[in-house]
Design a protein around this ligand. Structure first.
Ligand SMILES: Cc1ncc(COP(=O)(O)O)c(C=O)c1O
Length: 397
């Protein structure tokens, strides 16, 4: 394969140590080596979820993780409030609907974050109809729009309005890249996916659940088998998964977790913030209009409008010819926005290179962009943001 600057919001590029770990010989997935490996990898993810609960490892993509969150804790007919701010919020709602939950969709305009007051209103309205939500579905980081929800505030509002409701969070493209405190924010279920901030290939979903969620699981009746999280929970202490796991991906996960631990949590969050700032500054300096509400702009993916009259596919072709791969729009944003992914194994230099190539490629595709200033704007914004983030972290210690 030719070498690429792969700047999509997952799958993300693999560090060398993770690629090396992918070459390892198979081991018995019921043997002692794998048992220890699974327990270590699971424990290594806890700090990134901000939880003392077990982090369960499923062989599945992130969507399977979302399905496991729905079927393991809910019953058909349960009222569910699905707060959607984009394509993946819709997916989470659809899964709950397909399994027979009584879903009320709170649809937020794409590009915006969810507003805690609107969520409170929806909970009140549902309660007024005698359908107090059994669960509220939230997206931590909406990859399709490049918006990060204010999860702590949303969770606080939900807990206040409906103390016993389950808060289920799609954290697929945020956990590991941005601060998340599952326990402190009293969140019940959090799901992530391997091809995002974890810097390993697609194929694993990770899920953690609270005591409140496990109590709900005991009486939940949605049909489930492969995605039954209780089966995963029951065998994790023995270092096992209920089904044959993707052993190679777990080798790679352990290698990635070692890199993450060595770099340190604050440094990783600062790096993501720097890449977000660099992407936004570079795109704006080129003359692109950012799509997301900038107050909630994501530090793992940045979205911008495709200028009117421009075919994104023709720009994308020019970029690919130069080794840069960006993401287009999803769902109703197809052709309307494009996205730069900046999570996992990425630094400001990768973003600066992407901005340089975008300048060239967009010009070749006939798009008018401001020339000669964007790379420096990206570099400067990245450096300033990194310094500020590290200073904040130091001040907190
Ligand atoms: C926020 C979010 N949720 C869910 C998913 C679905 O994950 P997967 O494509 O691994 O099934 C994605 C994938 O991009 C995502 O970004």
């Amino acid at each position: 394969m030719p070498s690429q600057n792969l700047r999509i919001p997952g799958p993300t590029p693999l560090p060398d140590a993770v690629r090396e770990a992918g070459r390892l010989q198979m081991i018995n997935h019921r043997g002692p080596e794998f048992q220890e490996l699974l327990v270590r990898a699971s424990a290594g993810m806890r700090p990134w979820f901000g939880t003392q609960s077990d982090v369960l490892i499923l062989t599945s993509s992130g969507s399977g993780g979302l399905e496991s969150a729905v079927v393991s804790f809910l019953s058909p007919g349960d009222p569910v409030l699905a707060v959607s701010i984009g394509n993946f919020g819709e997916r989470f709602a659809k899964i709950a609907d397909i399994y027979g939950a009584d879903v009320t969709l709170l649809e937020v305009e794409w590009g915006q974050a969810a507003d805690p007051d609107s969520v409170r209103e929806s909970i009140r309205a549902m309660a007024g109809e005698g359908r107090s939500p059994r669960a509220v579905l939230l997206t931590f980081n909406e990859t399709s729009t490049g918006v990060t929800n204010p999860i702590a505030q949303l969770a606080g509002t939900i807990r206040d309005a409906a103390p016993e409701t389950l808060i289920l969070v799609d954290g697929v493209s945020g956990i590991g890249a941005m601060p998340f405190q599952m326990d402190a924010w009293d969140i019940d279920v959090v799901v992530s996916g391997s091809q995002k901030a974890w810097m390993i290939p697609p194929g694993l979903a990770m899920a953690a659940a609270s005591e409140r969620a496990w109590a709900a699981a005991a009486t939940a009746t949605m049909p489930r088998f492969y995605f039954d999280l209780a089966r995963h929970r029951d065998v994790l202490p023995k270092g096992q998964t209920p089904w044959t796991p993707a052993v190679g991906l777990v080798f790679q996960l352990e290698a990635a977790l070692a890199l993450m631990e060595a770099e340190g949590m604050e440094a990783i969050f600062a790096r993501h913030q720097a890449c977000g700032a660099a992407s936004r500054a570079g795109l704006q300096a080129l003359g692109f209009e950012l799509f997301a509400d900038q107050v909630y702009a994501s530090d793992s993916v940045t979205s911008a409008h495709v200028p009117v009259g421009v075919e994104w596919s023709s720009v994308s072709k020019e970029l690919q010819a130069r080794g840069l791969v960006l993401a287009g729009g999803q769902g109703k944003l197809k052709g309307k926005v494009f996205r730069i992914g900046h999570l996992g194994h990425v630094g400001v230099d990768d973003i600066v290179r992407a901005i340089e190539v975008l300048e060239e490629g967009a010009t070749s595709a006939g798009v008018t962009v401001t020339r000669g200033v964007a790379a420096e704007a990206a570099r400067r914004a990245g450096a300033e943001r990194a310094a500020a983030a590290l200073a904040d972290a130091a001040a907190r210690v």
